[in-house]
Design a binder for this molecule. Structure first.
Ligand SMILES: Cc1cc2nc3c(=O)[nH]c(=O)nc-3n(C[C@H](O)[C@H](O)[C@H](O)COP(=O)(O)OP(=O)(O)OC[C@H]3O[C@@H](n4cnc5c(N)ncnc54)[C@H](O)[C@@H]3O)c2cc1C
Length: 471
């Protein structure tokens, strides 16, 4: 087995047990590179460590965590993108138990609002739902029935064949579709909603339905004190303690299989290292660009995946803006997907220095020019919108305002999406492409990402590796 050399990398590795050449189950141990230090990469690293493998994780950014990573807002350190955990996120909660964090979680009941017809309306329980002004009684029953029906559907493949518009029009009717679903879909997906399958809304409603303790009752959301910064710190520490080598500011620019059978990985700054196997967890179009030896068909499939990106402002405030965790927006003049008042969940006094935290996201397709809008323009757009939406809002309440962007957030669930996915076990022996684009039975979230990572690692990556190395 080859030994990775890294003259100028910041290796935190404990020395590997070089006398041990086999994993606990007798499978030979070799040198693995995991590309991408988001939760998928960390999960794959965890699975490899559990099987006695030698692991290096290379992350392009200066810190681990990807979309879950944190930054400073004033004196507060919190997630760049808003994150909550659901009671039903069992895999994530198991991980947090392993890291000793689950027992520290705060669980909070939340309220949901709608901004519709220029009004802020609470829609947090059955009574409020029945009063919801934009819809008449029949329309409310159809909307409630659609959500309930979606939560009961098991055969999601059937839904993948239908457009979300067709399916929602069928079950909710024209009025509900045009007043509620269409503006919400447009806010979340832009015009890409027209190519999106009904599996998208099925996954979304099923997750939100699970979050409620029963029926249309209140939702329970949780977080770890300190946010994802605490989780990542413990998780990366756990991996390092078990011998993982962790590299930050190390983008894998090119991965090439040599005649010797090893992989040569170019980090673009003069560092070239060798590994026996590589698992790439990064976005599919980037996988296609970094691995020239993939077949043309594989590259086509990776590049064919369309992603949703996001521009998301974090705003630290002296006062709260809203009593709702999420305010969904159906008025199409509002250039935001939603208003997220994080401090309805995260304790302002204990976690936010007595301040309040609001996120202002706008999701856009990965090729949309809005993803490159300047910070000044997006900020002005956000603040002038909030002035129109909330009488009590004024700019002098804003203590800090920062904008995060991500081009590749979630693969778009287009028609027949799952049939067009590239394989995880690729035509290049020892190179595996395992990323969140393989989530086909749910929407993108941390629980779904680590569940998929563990499942696909166990069912596809590890058996293929065993086949290759156990003669
Ligand atoms: C606005 C927003 C809100 C969200 N809210 C929630 C929520 O409430 N609850 C929840 O559970 N989930 C939520 N999520 C989803 C959650 O963040 C994702 O499910 C999860 O972070 C996906 O992890 P990943 O590892 O697949 O991808 P990423 O986090 O994108 O990780 C990929 C990593 O690869 C790195 N990388 C890219 N190219 C290279 C390269 N060439 N070499 C090395 N490294 C590279 C990137 O820097 C990144 O760190 C939210 C996401 C967003 C954007």
């Amino acid at each position: 087995m080859s030994v990775a050399t890294s003259p100028d990398s910041t290796s935190n590795a404990k020395s590997f047990d070089t006398n041990s050449d086999t994993a606990a189950d007798g499978t030979p141990s070799s040198n693995w590179l995991v590309i991408g230090g988001g939760v998928m990469g960390l999960q794959v690293a965890r699975d490899l460590i559990d099987r006695g493998q030698k692991v290096t994780i290379a992350e392009a950014a200066p810190t681990f965590g990807g979309l879950t990573s944190a930054w400073n807002l004033g004196d507060v350190v919190w997630d760049r993108f808003y994150h909550v955990t659901l009671l039903s996120d069992t895999k994530l909660r198991d991980l947090l138990t392993d890291l000793g964090l689950e027992s520290q979680m705060d669980w909070v009941e939340t309220k949901t609002g709608f901004y519709s017809g220029g009004q802020l309306i609470s829609m947090s329980n059955t009574a409020e739902f029945l009063k919801f002004p934009p819809l008449n009684l029949i329309q409310k029953l159809r909307l409630g029935g659609t959500i309930f029906y979606a939560s009961k559907i098991k055969n999601w493949r059937r839904l993948e064949k239908l457009s979300v518009e067709k399916w929602l029009r069928r079950w909710s009717g024209k009025g509900v579709f045009e007043k509620i679903w269409q503006p919400l879909l447009q806010a979340k997906l832009g015009e890409a909603y027209k190519q999106t399958s009904a599996a998208f809304i099925w996954a979304h409603t099923a997750r939100m339905y699970k979050a409620r303790r029963s029926g249309m009752k209140t939702e329970m959301f949780g977080y770890v004190p300190g946010g994802y910064a605490t989780i990542l710190d413990k998780w990366v520490g756990w991996l390092k303690d078990r011998g993982a080598r962790t590299l930050t500011s190390s983008p894998a620019r090119q991965v090439r299989k040599l005649e010797s059978g090893e992989f040569e990985v170019d980090f673009g700054d003069g560092r070239i290292e060798k590994f026996d196997n590589v698992v790439s967890t990064i976005a599919s179009p980037v996988i296609a660009d970094t691995v020239p030896q993939l077949s043309e068909e594989e590259k086509k499939r990776h590049r064919g995946i369309r992603y949703l990106g996001v521009v998301c402002a974090s705003m630290l405030m002296k006062k709260p803006i809203s009593e709702y965790y999420v305010t969904n927006i159906t008025d199409t003049w509002v250039p935001l997907t939603a208003v997220i008042e994080m401090s309805t969940i995260v304790n302002p006094d204990k976690q936010l220095g007595g301040n309040h935290l609001v996120y202002l996201p706008k999701y856009l397709p990965d090729d949309h020019e809005g993803l490159n809008e300047s910070d000044e323009d997006y900020k002005e757009k956000c603040l002038s919108t909030l002035e129109k939406m909330y009488d009590h809002f004024s700019r002098d309440q804003v203590l800090d305002f920062k904008i995060a962007r991500a081009k590749y957030v979630a693969a778009l669930a287009t028609i027949d999406y799952s049939t067009r996915l590239p394989d995880i076990v690729t035509s290049v022996p020892g190179f595996y492409a395992l990323n969140s684009a393989h989530i086909v039975k749910g929407n993108l979230n941390v629980n779904e990402t680590i569940t998929l990572g563990e499942e696909k690692f166990t069912e596809e990556v590890w058996p293929d590796y065993q086949r290759r190395v156990v003669k």
